[in-house]
Structure formats: C-alpha cells, structure tokens
Design a binder for this molecule. Structure first.
Ligand SMILES: Nc1nc2c(ncn2[C@@H]2O[C@H](COP(=O)(O)OP(=O)(O)O)[C@@H](O)[C@H]2O)c(=O)[nH]1
Ligand SMILES: [Mg+2]
Ligand SMILES: [Zn+2]
Length: 298
C-alpha cells in the first residue's frame, strides 16, 4: 500500500506542561521542548492550555513548533488546565475537621467538569473513632485514599493512584495538600503550614500553572486547584446525575424530568426508604437542589 508521506509523519505527540512568555513547553515523554505555535493556532479563539496534548514538529537544537492540538477531554477554568483526569480532593480527618458540605461541593464540581474525583482523607494519625464511619460512607461511591503525610501511611497508594494521569489537588487550606505534594515530588518544596495572607484577602495571585512529571508517569499540577468554592450553576434536573449513588440508579423517573423531591411515586425516594441509597447523601442532594431552585427565582 502506498502511503503519502507528509509532514504529519515527522510530528511527535506531547503534552504542554507550561506556557510562559509566548512559549509552550512540551513534554514528549523523554524531554521538554520549548515550542512556538504555528501561526493559525495563535489566532484560534480557544487558547492552547497547559495539559493540552499536541502534535509538535521538532526543530534542531531542542525546540519545536506546535502544529496541532488534539481534542480535549476536559478543561478546568481555575486553574486553566486541559485534560485533567482526576481531582485529588484532600480533607483532613482532624485539624481542621472535615466539612461534608464542602466535600460534596467539590465532588459535584468534579463530576460536572468530567473529572474523576479521588477523596484523600489526610491526617489519619490524628483521627478519632467517629470519623471511620465518614470514611466508609464515601468508600461506597468514591475512590478513597486514607493518608498521613506525617507517618507516610497511604502515600504509596496515593502515588499509584496518580500513575499515568493528570491530577490536580483540591481542598481547603491546612489539610496537608502541600505536605503531601512535597512528599510525592522530591525537590518541589511547596510552602506548608502557613495560610497565605494574599489568598485570605480574596485577591488572586497571578500564577503560572505547571504540570510536574511524576517519576512513574503522569503529571501533577504544581498548585492546588481550588480551595473553597460555591455550588456551580447546575440545572436542577441535572443534579441527580452528578451524585453517583443516585445517578447510577437509573430508573423510570429519570426520563420524566423528576427532581426526586416531592413527586409522588418517585423511585429514588423509594430507594432511599428501602435503604438502597444513603439517607445522608439524599439529604445533601435535596439541600443542593433547593439552593439551585432558589437561585433561579431571582
Ligand atoms: N498530624 C499531621 N499533620 C499534618 C499532616 N499533613 C500535614 N500536616 C500539617 O498540617 C499543616 C498544614 O499543612 P499544609 O501542607 O500546609 O496544608 P495545605 O494548606 O493543605 O497545603 C502543617 O503544619 C503540616 O505539617 C498529617 O498527615 N498529620
Ligand atoms: Mg498549601
Ligand atoms: Zn424521581
């Protein structure tokens, strides 16, 4: 079979790990090349983001030209990273105490962005008996890792979870995100134990996001993605699909616009009554649902 030779044959696939000063730094599995963009890419509405998988024409001397951007699987807005596979949502079991409402907002936000959430319960060295129940309740529906950045417990499992994927860390401040990242990425030296005064005052610091390659493959965004957040703008009828335990319970009332609230004969309410869907999760669902409905009234 005759194949038409073209420039495409010389292109190398890589991933943008940093964008800075008009250059795009592309990791091709072996090295990082400083690349410019082919002209037509510069004028696209959709910017090339860190995390984008690209086709690059290498240039002698180690540089390259980005010729094409491969289709994105996802794009986060803050931080602006494309193709994030998973969000490691870190909460400490103590100091500070976990805030389930905030955790649920992270989970729903990740689902909305098409990003797989992994819950990391840190500071297990400080844990009290009563929190074991909390951990196991999330285990039913989510990938959960229990860690201590102090004793090292669970961190190898966390490392395996990051393998081959693009991950961002998220979670409130003080839970141990930086300590964990420092452990996983030798030489990173993130500041720990202090709450940034600038972040507290609500100002955004200009920060260049960078993907750090992990020794076993995969990348971690060098800065925690988001630390506190509002419930995103979700259509009330789409909310149930973002709760895996409720959304996986695909039954007839999903096709009739049922909000699983006051509707008679709702099969989700039935499942809750029969103990097939956890009551706390259902209450959380109703709490978010009423917030979303209230928003639409104004
Ligand atoms: N006991 C205990 N302390 C931890 C653990 N992980 C982090 N810390 C401490 O918690 C504080 C906040 O950690 P930091 O990594 O800065 O949290 P971040 O705000 O989420 O980045 C620091 O004083 C850490 O030493 C842990 O697993 N156990
Ligand atoms: Mg930190
Ligand atoms: Zn229903």
């Amino acid at each position: 079979m005759n194949r038409v030779l073209s420039n495409q044959d010389k292109l190398i696939e890589g991933i943008v790990v940093k964008a800075y000063g008009g250059y795009f730094y592309v990791h091709d599995g072996l090295s990082v090349r400083e690349c410019t963009l082919r002209g037509r890419l510069r004028y696209r509405k959709q910017q090339v983001l860190v995390g984008d998988r690209v086709l690059m024409a290498p240039v002698q001397g180690g540089g390259g030209v980005v010729e094409d951007v491969l289709p994105r699987c996802s794009a986060l807005i803050r931080p602006a990273v494309a193709n994030v596979d998973q969000a490691i949502i870190v909460f400490s079991l103590r100091d500070p105490e976990p805030n389930p409402g905030l955790l649920e907002r992270f989970l729903v936000t990740a689902a909305l962005n098409g990003i797989e959430p992994v819950i990391c319960f840190n500071k297990v060295d400080l844990t009290a008996e009563r929190q074991i129940e909390l951990v196991s309740s999330y285990r039913e529906n989510y990938n959960v890792v229990v860690t201590s950045a102090k004793t090292g417990k669970g961190l190898n499992l966390l490392r395996k979870t990051l393998n081959g994927k693009i991950s961002v860390f998220a979670g409130p401040s003080g839970v141990g995100k930086s300590t964990i990242l420092n452990f996983l990425i030798p030489g990173l030296k993130q500041k720990t134990g202090e709450v940034s005064a600038r972040l507290k005052s609500g100002k955004h610091t200009t920060r260049y996001i960078e993907l750090i390659p992990l020794a076993d493959g995969g990348f971690v965004a060098d800065t925690p993605g988001f630390s506190s957040l509002d419930l995103p703008d979700i259509k009330p009828e789409e909310l149930a699909g973002l709760f895996p335990d409720i959304g996986n319970y695909q039954t007839s009332c999903f096709f009739t616009g049922c909000l699983h609230y006051k509707e008679p004969g709702c099969s989700i309410k039935e499942a809750v009554e029969q103990g097939k869907i956890g009551e706390a999760r259902y209450r959380q669902y109703l709490d978010f649902l009423t917030q979303l409905i209230d928003r639409r009234k104004y």
